[in-house]
Design a binder for this molecule. Sequence first.
Ligand SMILES: [Fe+2]
Ligand SMILES: [Fe+2]
Length: 186
Amino acid sequence: MGLLRGRQAPEGGNMSELKMNREKLLDKLGERWLFEKRTVTLYDQILKKLEALEFEGDVSKLQQFRQQEYDHQRSLETYIKQCGSNIRKRTPSQRAVEIESQAFENIIADTDDPAQLLHVLLDAEMDDNASWELLIQLARRAGQTDFIDAFQEAMEHERQHLRTVRNLILRLARRELVEQVSMQEA
Ligand SMILES: [Fe+2]
Ligand SMILES: [Fe+2]
Protein backbone atom coordinates (compact mmCIF):
# COMPACT_ATOMS: atom_id res chain seq x y z
CA MET A 1 0.00 0.00 0.00
CA GLY A 2 1.92 3.03 -1.22
CA LEU A 3 0.96 6.53 -0.20
CA LEU A 4 1.40 7.97 -3.68
CA ARG A 5 -0.57 5.36 -5.53
CA GLY A 6 -3.79 3.43 -5.52
CA ARG A 7 -6.02 5.66 -3.38
CA GLN A 8 -9.22 7.44 -4.24
CA ALA A 9 -9.36 11.24 -4.12
CA PRO A 10 -11.27 12.40 -1.03
CA GLU A 11 -14.64 13.92 -1.66
CA GLY A 12 -14.30 17.39 -3.19
CA GLY A 13 -10.61 16.92 -4.12
CA ASN A 14 -9.00 16.20 -7.47
CA MET A 15 -6.11 13.82 -8.16
CA SER A 16 -3.36 16.47 -8.45
CA GLU A 17 -4.41 17.99 -5.11
CA LEU A 18 -4.42 14.50 -3.62
CA LYS A 19 -0.87 13.87 -4.88
CA MET A 20 0.33 17.18 -3.39
CA ASN A 21 -1.38 16.39 -0.11
CA ARG A 22 0.27 12.99 -0.02
CA GLU A 23 3.71 14.49 -0.63
CA LYS A 24 3.03 16.97 2.15
CA LEU A 25 1.94 14.15 4.45
CA LEU A 26 5.13 12.23 3.73
CA ASP A 27 7.19 15.35 4.48
CA LYS A 28 5.37 15.85 7.78
CA LEU A 29 5.62 12.17 8.73
CA GLY A 30 9.40 12.48 8.27
CA GLU A 31 9.41 15.65 10.34
CA ARG A 32 7.38 14.02 13.13
CA TRP A 33 9.59 10.92 13.13
CA LEU A 34 12.76 12.99 13.59
CA PHE A 35 11.15 15.22 16.22
CA GLU A 36 9.96 12.24 18.29
CA LYS A 37 13.44 10.70 18.02
CA ARG A 38 15.11 13.91 19.21
CA THR A 39 12.50 14.29 21.97
CA VAL A 40 13.54 10.91 23.42
CA THR A 41 17.06 12.38 23.71
CA LEU A 42 15.68 15.58 25.29
CA TYR A 43 13.82 13.57 27.93
CA ASP A 44 16.96 11.51 28.65
CA GLN A 45 19.13 14.60 29.03
CA ILE A 46 16.61 16.47 31.18
CA LEU A 47 15.87 13.50 33.46
CA LYS A 48 19.60 12.96 33.98
CA LYS A 49 20.13 16.61 34.86
CA LEU A 50 17.13 16.80 37.20
CA GLU A 51 18.42 13.73 39.02
CA ALA A 52 21.89 15.25 39.36
CA LEU A 53 20.30 18.46 40.71
CA GLU A 54 18.27 16.38 43.23
CA PHE A 55 15.08 17.97 41.91
CA GLU A 56 12.30 17.38 44.43
CA GLY A 57 9.29 17.40 42.09
CA ASP A 58 7.61 14.15 41.02
CA VAL A 59 9.10 13.29 37.64
CA SER A 60 7.91 9.65 37.53
CA LYS A 61 5.49 10.50 34.71
CA LEU A 62 8.33 11.90 32.61
CA GLN A 63 9.87 8.43 32.35
CA GLN A 64 6.56 7.13 30.97
CA PHE A 65 6.36 10.03 28.50
CA ARG A 66 9.89 9.32 27.30
CA GLN A 67 8.79 5.77 26.49
CA GLN A 68 5.70 7.05 24.66
CA GLU A 69 7.87 9.36 22.53
CA TYR A 70 9.97 6.34 21.63
CA ASP A 71 6.83 4.33 20.78
CA HIS A 72 5.64 7.20 18.54
CA GLN A 73 9.01 7.23 16.80
CA ARG A 74 8.79 3.50 16.07
CA SER A 75 5.16 3.71 14.91
CA LEU A 76 6.07 6.55 12.54
CA GLU A 77 8.72 4.32 10.99
CA THR A 78 5.92 1.86 10.18
CA TYR A 79 3.62 4.54 8.71
CA ILE A 80 6.44 5.90 6.53
CA LYS A 81 7.11 2.37 5.28
CA GLN A 82 3.40 1.85 4.58
CA CYS A 83 3.54 5.02 2.48
CA GLY A 84 6.21 3.43 0.31
CA SER A 85 9.12 5.44 1.73
CA ASN A 86 11.72 4.94 4.46
CA ILE A 87 13.33 6.94 7.26
CA ARG A 88 16.67 7.22 5.41
CA LYS A 89 15.03 9.54 2.87
CA ARG A 90 15.39 13.13 4.09
CA THR A 91 12.30 15.31 3.94
CA PRO A 92 12.35 19.15 3.55
CA SER A 93 10.86 19.85 7.01
CA GLN A 94 13.48 17.82 8.85
CA ARG A 95 16.08 20.61 8.64
CA ALA A 96 14.02 22.88 10.89
CA VAL A 97 13.65 20.03 13.42
CA GLU A 98 17.43 19.59 13.51
CA ILE A 99 18.00 23.30 14.21
CA GLU A 100 15.25 23.45 16.83
CA SER A 101 16.41 20.28 18.63
CA GLN A 102 19.99 21.53 18.66
CA ALA A 103 18.80 24.77 20.26
CA PHE A 104 16.96 22.78 22.95
CA GLU A 105 20.05 20.67 23.61
CA ASN A 106 22.18 23.83 23.91
CA ILE A 107 19.83 25.24 26.56
CA ILE A 108 19.92 21.96 28.50
CA ALA A 109 23.73 21.87 28.41
CA ASP A 110 23.88 25.51 29.50
CA THR A 111 21.62 25.52 32.56
CA ASP A 112 21.34 23.96 36.00
CA ASP A 113 17.96 25.57 36.65
CA PRO A 114 15.13 22.98 36.87
CA ALA A 115 12.58 25.61 35.73
CA GLN A 116 14.54 26.23 32.53
CA LEU A 117 14.96 22.50 31.92
CA LEU A 118 11.22 21.95 32.29
CA HIS A 119 10.57 24.92 30.04
CA VAL A 120 12.44 23.17 27.24
CA LEU A 121 10.06 20.25 27.65
CA LEU A 122 7.08 22.62 27.64
CA ASP A 123 8.24 24.12 24.32
CA ALA A 124 8.83 20.67 22.84
CA GLU A 125 5.42 19.40 23.98
CA MET A 126 3.60 22.45 22.62
CA ASP A 127 5.18 21.72 19.25
CA ASP A 128 4.33 18.02 19.63
CA ASN A 129 0.65 18.81 20.26
CA ALA A 130 0.25 21.22 17.36
CA SER A 131 2.13 18.93 14.98
CA TRP A 132 0.10 15.78 15.70
CA GLU A 133 -3.05 17.83 15.19
CA LEU A 134 -1.74 18.95 11.81
CA LEU A 135 -0.78 15.39 10.90
CA ILE A 136 -4.34 14.21 11.55
CA GLN A 137 -5.69 16.91 9.22
CA LEU A 138 -3.13 16.07 6.54
CA ALA A 139 -3.89 12.34 6.72
CA ARG A 140 -7.56 13.17 6.16
CA ARG A 141 -6.80 15.41 3.18
CA ALA A 142 -4.44 12.83 1.70
CA GLY A 143 -7.15 10.15 1.94
CA GLN A 144 -4.96 8.16 4.37
CA THR A 145 -7.78 7.62 6.84
CA ASP A 146 -6.44 4.27 8.11
CA PHE A 147 -3.78 6.22 10.07
CA ILE A 148 -6.18 8.50 11.86
CA ASP A 149 -7.11 6.35 14.88
CA ALA A 150 -3.44 5.74 15.72
CA PHE A 151 -2.63 9.44 15.24
CA GLN A 152 -5.47 10.39 17.56
CA GLU A 153 -4.15 8.01 20.22
CA ALA A 154 -0.71 9.66 19.93
CA MET A 155 -2.42 13.06 20.17
CA GLU A 156 -4.04 11.99 23.47
CA HIS A 157 -0.61 11.08 24.85
CA GLU A 158 0.71 14.46 23.76
CA ARG A 159 -2.14 16.28 25.48
CA GLN A 160 -1.27 14.50 28.71
CA HIS A 161 2.44 15.30 28.28
CA LEU A 162 1.65 18.99 27.91
CA ARG A 163 -0.74 19.09 30.89
CA THR A 164 1.71 17.32 33.19
CA VAL A 165 4.76 19.38 32.21
CA ARG A 166 2.75 22.59 32.58
CA ASN A 167 1.61 21.51 36.07
CA LEU A 168 5.16 20.63 37.11
CA ILE A 169 6.30 24.12 36.07
CA LEU A 170 3.42 25.79 37.92
CA ARG A 171 4.10 23.79 41.11
CA LEU A 172 7.79 24.64 40.93
CA ALA A 173 7.03 28.34 40.39
CA ARG A 174 4.64 28.37 43.38
CA ARG A 175 7.21 26.65 45.58
CA GLU A 176 9.90 29.12 44.59
CA LEU A 177 7.56 32.05 45.32
CA VAL A 178 6.71 30.68 48.78
CA GLU A 179 10.41 30.18 49.51
CA GLN A 180 11.18 33.77 48.46
CA VAL A 181 8.35 35.19 50.58
CA SER A 182 9.42 33.24 53.68
CA MET A 183 13.04 34.32 53.17
CA GLN A 184 11.90 37.97 53.03
CA GLU A 185 9.78 37.55 56.16
CA ALA A 186 12.56 35.78 58.13
FE1 LIG B 1 5.87 13.29 20.86
FE1 LIG C 1 5.22 14.50 23.84
